[in-house]
Write a protein that binds this ligand. Structure first.
Ligand SMILES: Cc1cc2nc3c(=O)[nH]c(=O)nc-3n(C[C@H](O)[C@H](O)[C@H](O)COP(=O)(O)OP(=O)(O)OC[C@H]3O[C@@H](n4cnc5c(N)ncnc54)[C@H](O)[C@@H]3O)c2cc1C
Length: 250
């Protein structure tokens, strides 16, 4: 019999819902019990229809793992998506939702790891990485960190203000942002141009900003994004075992 209580379903209460971007909303949940969380983990949510039909999906925790009885999830509205549409169109503060977690032990980071790291996100793939950054921010030890983010357009950039503030306050943290569709003309980011995807050159720029080779890279986003970035990281000589990946979907 399993004693892992993270496998039990808990009834969480939605305490707030807010827009992160035109297509992403953050949902905060109060959990009925304390949970020991690691940055990078996720929860499963389960919806049950009146006829008994059930469906479940995974969502990464964006909040810092220090908060044990409350978690935040950032959910992107997928056109025709069964669960993301329900969250965007129906879920309100006060609603009760079944959740299971925390899940995942491989794609996690803890501030006791002080070696330099590269965090690379495509779209909502920033979700588990922002949890790592929030955890890092509240820790006295600050691993040298560069975050690379690829989003479609400027309004699709998630947590931008918070990340800019972190960057201003912390000399050991830097970020590189690229937009695949439209880059504002006044952006003066080294080596970043309009309609540019994260490529080898941009990764080399990130490593220069890190000042030394990353001990590990955390890559999260859609499958195509993760595969392409993974190949670039292998090309620059990173070991397969130092490239940690999380895939959100197609
Ligand atoms: C470990 C893990 C963590 C995840 N964390 C997050 C998170 O933090 N935030 C988040 O928004 N999503 C996250 N996801 C994706 C999430 O679990 C769902 O797959 C997503 O919300 C779509 O579910 P849906 O029911 O709305 O769409 P579905 O009804 O399952 O699919 C509808 C259509 O959309 C396509 N589709 C499914 N998922 C995606 C996608 N991600 N992008 C584009 N098209 C898609 C399907 O192929 C299908 O054609 C995570 C997935 C995993 C495995």
């Amino acid at each position: 019999m399993s004693t892992d209580t993270s496998l039990d379903w808990q009834i969480a209460t939605v305490t707030s819902v807010h827009d992160e971007s035109p297509r992403v909303k953050s949902f905060r949940f109060d959990l009925p019990k304390e949970n020991y969380l690691s940055a990078g983990q996720y929860f499963d949510v389960r919806l049950t229809a009146p006829d008994g039909y059930q469906t479940r999906r995974s969502y990464s925790i964006t909040s810092s793992p220090e908060s044990r009885k409350s978690i935040e999830l950032a959910i992107e509205l997928i056109a025709g998506g069964e669960v993301s549409s329900y969250f965007h169109e129906v879920v309100q503060p006060g609603d009760k939702i079944e959740v299971q977690g925390p899940i995942g032990g491989y794609f996690t980071w803890d501030p006791s790891q002080t070696e330099p790291i590269l965090l690379i996100a495509g779209g909502t793939g920033i979700a588990p990485l922002v949890s790592m950054l929030r955890h890092r921010q509240s820790s006295p030890t600050k691993a040298p960190t560069v975050l690379m983010v690829s989003a479609r357009t400027e309004p699709d950039l998630l947590f931008r203000k918070e990340l800019q503030l972190m960057e201003e306050e912390d000399l050991n943290f830097d970020s590189i942002v690229t937009l695949t569709r439209k880059m504002p003309k006044n952006w003066l980011i080294e080596n970043v141009r309009e309609n540019r995807r994260i490529d080898l050159k941009m990764i080399e720029t990130a490593i220069n900003r890190l000042g030394e080779s990353p001990s590990s890279a955390y890559v999260c986003g859609g499958t195509g994004f993760v595969e392409s970035i993974g190949n670039h990281l292998l090309e620059i000589g990173m070991a397969y075992t130092d490239i940690l990946t999380e895939r959100f979907g197609p």
